[in-house]
Design a protein around this ligand. Structure first.
Ligand code: SF4
Ligand code: SF4
Length: 353
């Protein structure tokens, strides 16, 4: 099984929509410091542990074999995944680290209808144990949110695994297990030949693990899965900034204008604003939560069915706030805008004028 992790520029959140604090999850998450500030992958440092794939919310880094994995998950009668350090008995994935939250939930859904086993090497000996440990943490979180999920078996290779070989004269000899080396080490030469030609110009709006999840969930319309969904508190001022910065278009705003006011900016004509969430598009990047000045947004785990996950949810409806003195739009819960709150109404002078 050959695989190669590549950067998909068009999928990266930073290219979808600029944000003051650019995403660096892949750079910070790579245990081998193989990703540069410009998201270039140093093939000699990369061990294909998949940590970048697991932390990236939107498939900025993706393994080229992921579509084959999808076909395997749906088509196989019994699912056996093995990492390169395990006994090669199933579909080889680069590391457990490639499984993000959606990936784990997909496996748990599939485990209701067929056996799902993941075979790993001895993690303590593996140079990719950091990526694996991060994925196991994600698994634990899903398990806490969904305690009655169907079980996914994880089999760790015994440390002193042996194989029995039979010679022509019928005598048997016990030999130590063949040396397990990662796919990458085995075919490094090939990668070096291909590297100049590798392209990663594929762009798609939804990560592959989310596509798997929806594909499996669609078959069982009544099933509910734990999903981290956005919620809005009463402190929301209907400013709509969260929807404007959402790189996925998961959060959208619908504004209703006042037809009576003519001589005003568009901003000052808005009568009401609705926030609509499409949960399936949300990648939990947290940008909307971070930018919300009145701290009105947060995530909470909700049990969502396929219908709710793929539908549109009205999160909030309200009227924008305007300065009680000058009438300009304000974006927090104050009565006065910044200029009016720092000015002297008598003299008209302001800190900002
Ligand atoms: S983690 Fe993904 S979205 Fe974030 S910078 Fe890396 S590639 Fe881009
Ligand atoms: S967390 Fe917020 S900004 Fe990020 S994708 Fe979800 S709705 Fe959009």
């Amino acid at each position: 099984m050959t695989c190669q992790i590549v950067y998909h520029n068009g999928n990266c959140l930073n290219t979808k929509k600029p944000f003051a604090r650019a995403c660096r999850l892949c750079i910070e998450g790579c245990p081998h410091q193989a990703i540069s500030e410009y998201r270039q992958l140093d093939a000699k440092l990369c061990t294909e542990c998949g940590a970048c794939m697991a932390v990236c919310p939107s498939d900025g880094f993706v393994d080229q074999t992921m579509h084959q994995l999808h076909d395997y998950l749906l088509g196989a009668k019994e699912i056996v995944l093995n990492c390169p350090q395990a006994i090669p008995r199933g579909f080889e994935i680069p590391c457990l680290g490639i499984l993000d939250r959606d990936g784990w939930i997909t496996l748990m859904l599939l485990a209701r209808e067929k056996s799902v086993t993941i075979m790993t090497g001895v993690c303590a000996e593996c140079e990719d144990r950091q990526a694996c440990a991060a994925s196991v943490q994600v698994f634990k979180q899903v398990h806490l949110d969904w305690p009655d999920h169907a079980s996914v078996r994880i089999q760790v290779r015994p440390e002193e695994e042996t194989v029995v070989s039979e010679t022509e004269d019928g005598s048997k000899s016990v030999v130590r297990r063949v040396e397990m080396t990662g796919w990458r080490q085995r075919s490094m030469k090939k990668i070096e030949e291909w590297l100049p030609n590798l392209t990663a110009d594929e762009t798609y709006p939804m990560s592959r693990s989310r596509q798997w999840l929806l594909g499996v969930l669609e078959k069982t319309l009544e099933e509910k899965i734990p999903f981290r969904a956005l919620t809005v508190a009463d402190t929301c001022t209907s400013c709509g900034v969260c929807a404007a910065i959402c790189p996925q278009g998961a959060l959208q705003k619908r504004e209703e204008m006042n037809p009576v006011i003519e001589d005003a900016d568009k901003e000052e004509k808005i009568m009401s604003l609705r926030l609509i969430l499409e949960p399936q598009k949300c990648v939990h990047c947290g940008r909307c939560v971070e930018i919300c000045r009145p701290l009105a947004l947060s995530f909470s785990t909700k049990q969502l069915s396929y219908r709710l996950l793929t539908g549109k949810i009205l999160l909030h409806e309200g009227s924008p706030k305007y300065c009680s003195r000058c009438g300009k739009r304000i974006f927090d819960n104050s009565e006065l805008c910044l200029v009016c709150s720092t000015s002297d109404p008598g003299s008209g002078s302001s800190f900002f004028l």
